[in-house]
Design a protein around this ligand. Structure first.
Ligand code: NDP
Ligand code: MG
Length: 383
């Protein structure tokens, strides 16, 4: 039986690589749903090639274009954000790969979990925002949340056959991004073109800026807390510029397991799609002789204030990670539009964390309201 997959965000960096994986394993996977925000031409091309049951174009302005192009095919075409929530509930879907960006992915994955679909999760922000709620719901519905993020996939792979109670701590590795070693003063002068040039990974704009500011690692700390049920003190970030060790688990007897490989997102994507099986692949192999030096260093949380803010939000709990996330989403857009400097992104996030109303035990509605309130506070701050 082929696994029928819905790919939310199929036109993005993760989405297109997921389609490559699917193409190499036609005996294993079938594409059931593809979705995009505004990239109608790529969505149309993907739909003609993969012949899904349905596509969604979130930006309704592009609906006529997609509808007309797919007229000759038996492919349903939907538009708008609400359609994303409905389409994931389709009876025929076995697994939903969420590769949307930011808070926008929260409602669709909640609908998918409620409909009993297993989730391959690239889109980390919903877990950052509402990890308690998402994991509780997944457990109630007996749905697996399979990590796609390379660090979390590494931890997940290291945990196969292990008892979670035997985990002492995990090490999340971080490349350090293009500005590793910069002082606060040097960071305050960096330009978006430099921030968009990641040394090891080619990714969407939002996560590339998050990687440069180390916010991505902060979000990943919170993601790991929920995925693996760990205490904040059990999660340590370590800078590893070569991005070969994708992360590590240290057990109660002192033994450490690591997962290694060249930086290539197709590997963790394929692992999540194929789980619990491991499929063969021709991805380039890591050579120890060609990569003889693997180095590790402590992150600089003074210059890279975002990582410290993420730990603060995690310790605070409640809706604080939701505030952190929303303020960061506003900050990244502002930085990309030249409305805010690199270090000011942290100032804006800190201000939002101090200003937005705190809710200690938020409901889904509280998270939605927090996201709205934070975006307003952050926008006012930028005026
Ligand atoms: P991209 O920006 O490359 O792609 C995002 C996808 O989601 C596109 O298909 C885009 O459509 C669609 N999309 C964006 N915003 C919305 C919205 N508001 N509503 C509906 N659809 C939307 O992102 P990435 O693939 O880089 O990242 C996806 C997620 O995976 C992020 O959460 C990121 O943190 C995470 N991740 C990414 C990694 C990577 O290597 N790229 C590694 C680990 C995690 P369109 O193309 O039309 O704009
Ligand atoms: Mg990652």
């Amino acid at each position: 039986m082929k696994k029928k997959i819905a790919i939310l965000g199929s036109t993005g960096s993760i989405g297109t690589q997921a389609l490559e994986v699917v193409k190499h394993h036609p005996e294993e996977f079938e594409v059931e749903v593809l979705t995009a925000m505004s990239n109608a031409s790529l969505l149309i091309k993907q739909a003609i090639e993969h012949q899904p049951n349905a596509v969604v174009i979130a930006n309704e302005n592009f609906y006529p274009m997609v509808k007309e192009a797919l007229q000759p095919y038996p492919i349903k075409v939907f538009a708008g954000n609400d359609s994303l929530c409905q389409v994931v509930e389709m009876e025929s879907i076995d697994l939903v790969l969420s590769a949307l960006v930011g808070f926008s992915g929260l409602k669709p994955i909640i609908h998918a979990i409620e409909a009993g679909k297993h989730i391959a999760l690239a889109n980390k922000e919903p877990l950052v925002v509402a990890g308690d709620l998402v994991m509780r719901l997944a457990s109630e519905k007996q749905v697996y949340i399979l990590p796609v993020d390379s660090e979390h996939s590494a931890i997940f792979q290291c945990l196969v056959g292990e008892d979670l109670k035997a985990v002492e701590k995990i090490y999340l590795t971080a490349s350090g991004g293009p500005f590793r070693g910069y002082t606060h003063h040097e960071l305050s002068r960096v330009k978006k073109e430099e921030a968009l040039r990641h040394p090891n990974w080619k990714m969407g704009c939002k996560i590339t800026i998050d990687s440069a500011s180390l916010m991505n690692k902060g979000l990943e700390v919170i993601e790991a807390r929920w995925l693996f049920g760990l205490r904040p003190s059990q999660i340590e970030v370590i800078i590893h510029p070569q991005s070969v060790v994708h992360s590590m688990v240290q057990f109660s007897d002192g033994s450490i397991k690591a997962q290694l490989g060249l930086p290539d997102m197709r590997l963790p994507i394929q692992y999540a799609l194929a789980w619990p099986h491991r499929l063969a692949a021709q991805f380039p192999r890591m050579s120890f002789v060609d990569n003889p030096t693997l180095t590790f260093e402590k992150p600089d949380t003074v210059a890279f204030h975002n990582l410290g803010l993420a730990y603060q939000a995690l310790h605070h709990g409640g809706n604080m990670p939701c505030i952190l996330n929303a303020a960061n989403e506003v900050a990244v857009v502002a930085f990309l539009e030249d409305n805010c400097g690199f270090c000011e992104m942290s100032d804006l996030i800190e201000h939002s964390m101090q200003t937005c109303s705190f809710v200690s035990e938020p409901t889904l509605e509280d998270y939605i309201q927090t996201d709205i309130e934070t975006r307003r506070i952050a926008a006012d701050y930028l005026k």
